[in-house]
Design a protein around this ligand. Structure first.
Ligand SMILES: Nc1ncnc2c1ncn2[C@@H]1O[C@H](COP(=O)(O)OP(=O)(O)OP(=O)(O)O)[C@@H](O)[C@H]1O
Ligand SMILES: [Mg+2]
Length: 149
């Protein structure tokens, strides 16, 4: 299994609903290692770069409005096969299809408020980590739990 990094963003509803701790707990409990973490208000420009692949789609304007409306919590996670594993933990894009037990399945009712973003490929992860974090904001630490998870 390849050790991989992925980028996760808790969308503004998470902070506003006071469930940041709950969501991060679920991510930690699964076994991901947090190597970068910050709260930030993102600019329109950064939001548009992050979601550039969706420019021109009907929901794009609303998506940018939402994720710039209040701060987000940005994270870099490390773990074996972490891109795929984190997408599984998030669940399907539409909360109507996200299974109970997934983060979207448990915390969201509408696609545009699906509470969490996770990179969909290692290439996207590298691009998104570069957009949101400087290299010196990522911290390597000894993960003694690794052999138990
Ligand atoms: N049909 C839609 N209606 C409203 N919002 C949508 C729709 N499709 C996607 N979105 C919003 O745009 C985001 C990006 O869509 P994408 O297709 O990349 O899904 P995703 O990869 O599961 O989500 P994300 O990139 O946020 O992790 C979704 O998380 C959702 O907030
Ligand atoms: Mg996506």
């Amino acid at each position: 299994m390849a050790l991989e990094r992925t980028f996760v963003m808790l969308k503004p509803g998470v902070l506003c609903r006071r469930i940041v701790g709950e969501i991060i707990s679920r991510i930690e409990r699964k076994g991901f290692v947090i190597i970068g973490l910050k709260i930030m208000r993102i600019s329109r420009d950064l939001a548009e770069q992050h979601y550039a692949e969706h420019r021109g789609k009907p929901f794009f304007g609303q998506l940018i409005e939402y994720i710039t409306s209040e701060p987000v919590v940005a994270m870099v996670l490390e773990g074996d096969n972490s891109v795929k594993m984190m997408r599984l933990l998030c669940g399907a894009t539409s909360p109507e299809e996200a299974l109970p037990g997934t983060i979207r399945g448990d915390y969201a009712m509408h696609t545009n408020f699906n509470i969490i973003h996770a990179s969909d490929s290692p290439e996207a992860a590298a691009r998104e980590i570069g957009l949101f974090f400087r290299p010196d904001e990522l911290v390597d630490w000894s993960n003694e739990n690794r052999n138990w998870i």
